[in-house]
Design a protein around this ligand. Sequence first.
Ligand code: SF4
Length: 375
Amino acid sequence: MAGIYIHIPFCKQACSYCDFHFSTSFEKYRTRMVKAICKEIEVRKSYLKAEEIFSIYFGGGTPSVLNAEEIRQLVDSILSNFKVNPKSEITLEANPDDINAERLEDWKKAGVNRLSIGVQSFRKQDLDWMNRAHTVEEAKSALRLAANYGFELSIDVIYGLPNFTLEDFKNNLDQVLHFSPAHLSAYCLTVEENTALHKAVEQGKIVPANNEAQSEQFDFLVAYLQAKGYEQYEISNFAREEKYAVHNSNYWKGEKYLGVGPSAHSFDGYTRSWNIANNAKYMKAIENQEDFYEVEELSIYDQFNEALLVGLRTKWGVAKHRLPKELLNTEEFRQGIEEFKAEGYLLETEEVFLLTQKGRLKADGIASDLFILAD
Ligand code: SF4
């Protein structure tokens, strides 16, 4: 179930909370960037060792700023260099202000069958301080239109916002549910360094939500969506009728993926690599056939800890066969497992370790308590 991730490092404007890799002044080199990414796809066509591809994911940045021709070039480049299953999930992250009938038509023709739409909130005041490029009305009409065009929809929202009550969150979720998306991702706001939000918090202009409010909203989210027929299959991700995101699920299950574009990461089961996180340097390196990524061989400790960290966040848990045998039966690990089992946080079967509902609320903490560090 290998996949390909394409990082489009362009955004119309910088959202105040975002620390992803993107540039807002890309017009003069967008064509050159698409060409460079196509070149990378060709250069790295052996990375997945001819494994069949089941997921193509355009992330960013804001891939929806690309025009139809640019998206087609990238999809065509993948199709001509990889064996892609005809039923593959092809997702495009899209912002509401980029969605219109013509674009939806074009994306469909280019093969996109799933849209992940960054709505974040239906409250004007939230969109304002977030510096989002869209309005509440644009979000609603984009969702209506995208659903009419038959795309499978995933909607992104953020909770734990400043000046944001449980009632505000419920209203946001109700607006999301009105569009019956197949999938919903809900992330808790974090204040990252080197963001405008961080600065505003430091200057006392924005007061972040406290931990209690954030966990109250998380508990509400899980219960409310469950009551509405959405299964929480990963801490922050919910799906109805098992419409799990193939791209995300592959990542959590430790499947291989190739990430192309500036700052994209790749994983082949044993090594992790990451591309230069600088647009100009990335393009130049590709054009001059110079090195554009670094590679790190994962030690058995890295493999073990990483599998726990991502696997325990999901409903599938972490499969024992993913954990290096040398560490699986160590006394240290077994003791941790038994303690979490006794406290009702974790279940163990022949094949997997799995968190209970109670355990999922503390997934990251439990995983890190179980980590084994190299001597
Ligand atoms: S559109 Fe997405 S990637 Fe771009 S700045 Fe906003 S949150 Fe970050």
